[in-house]
Design a binder for this molecule. Structure first.
Ligand code: HEC
Ligand code: HEC
Length: 219
């Protein structure tokens, strides 16, 4: 008995640490908020983002993709839903009001499968690189899906409009960097780093691309 108590008291602090790990510590939203979020999603978003938000290439991206959710902060999600993305099919939903937008985000989060690492990702340093090299990589690899002007579906591509301010103004360089490195499972967005990738870009080359995208958007 005593041995058990000692064992337990040794173990408990670790359990406490495990459950309070960053990102997982957020308060769980109530069942009624999740239900509300799901209903609002169905009514406003499902037509493009599909049932269960699984997305459809050329129509709207997946919002329950594990790699996407793991690097998407609430601020980014709420802001994108509120403001939409100008010159894309993603319209603004500011009229829903903050509590409804938050309920949708809570519903999407309830589908999260990977640990949330938005804090670390958004704290990454800004990209430093050469936009001329970035342009070459972008044109050779990325433009097929994201369009040569970065306007995505508008250019008949499968990827989103990563060259437009509606996207770029809302994301950190860390978000872009991680998406290029990790990709998004079960979508056409593959990983572009590592021996298994179709193009094994170095950190430097990835930063070149980010710098290129940022300079493009300013034009
Ligand atoms: C074969 C097609 C394809 C290629 C090539 C491709 N992507 Fe993508 N990319 C996608 C798709 C599709 C998505 C969105 C995933 C979805 O539909 O759920 C995406 C998403 C992204 C996102 C996230 C955008 C957002 O709206 O959140 C970034 C950033 C990105 N890609 C960067 C790149 C870069 C940089 C390259 C070149 C190195 C590249 N992609 C090459 C298809 C592609
Ligand atoms: C008319 C179609 C349409 C509707 C309705 C719509 N969206 Fe979108 N959504 C899109 C498109 C298209 C994009 C990608 C835009 C781009 O190319 O960057 C997008 C992108 C997004 C993104 C960014 C995803 C990423 O990969 O970065 C979020 C978040 C999002 N939508 C949430 C919502 C929510 C929540 C609703 C409902 C309140 C909604 N959308 C309704 C078409 C739609």
């Amino acid at each position: 008995m005593l041995a058990r108590i000692i064992l337990l008291s040794l173990f408990l602090p670790f359990l406490a640490i495990a459950f309070s790990s960053p990102g997982m510590a957020q308060k769980k939203p109530s069942a009624s908020v999740l239900k509300k979020g799901k209903a609002i999603f169905k009514e406003n978003c499902e037509v493009c983002h599909q049932a269960d938000a699984i997305g459809k290439a050329g129509v709207a991206p997946s919002l329950t993709n594990p790699e996407f959710l793991s690097i998407s902060s609430d601020k980014f999600l709420e802001g994108t839903i509120r403001d939409g993305r100008k010159d894309t099919g993603m319209m603004p939903f500011a009229h829903l009001g903050r509590s409804k937008v938050r309920a949708i985000v809570a519903y999407l989060r309830s589908r999260e499968k990977l640990p949330n690492r938005t804090k670390q990702v958004d704290a990454q340093p800004d990209a430093r690189g050469d936009p001329r090299f970035g342009k070459t990589w972008y044109m050779n690899i990325c433009s097929t899906c994201h369009g040569s002007d970065g306007n995505g579906y508008e250019s008949e591509g499968a990827g989103t409009a990563i060259g437009l301010p509606g996207f770029l103004d809302k994301v950190t360089d860390g978000y872009i960097r991680e998406t290029i490195k990790v990709g998004r499972s079960n979508t056409r967005m593959l990983s572009f780093q590592g021996p298994a990738a179709i193009a094994d870009l170095t950190d430097r080359e990835i930063d070149d691309i980010i710098v290129y995208l940022r300079t493009q958007a300013k034009k």
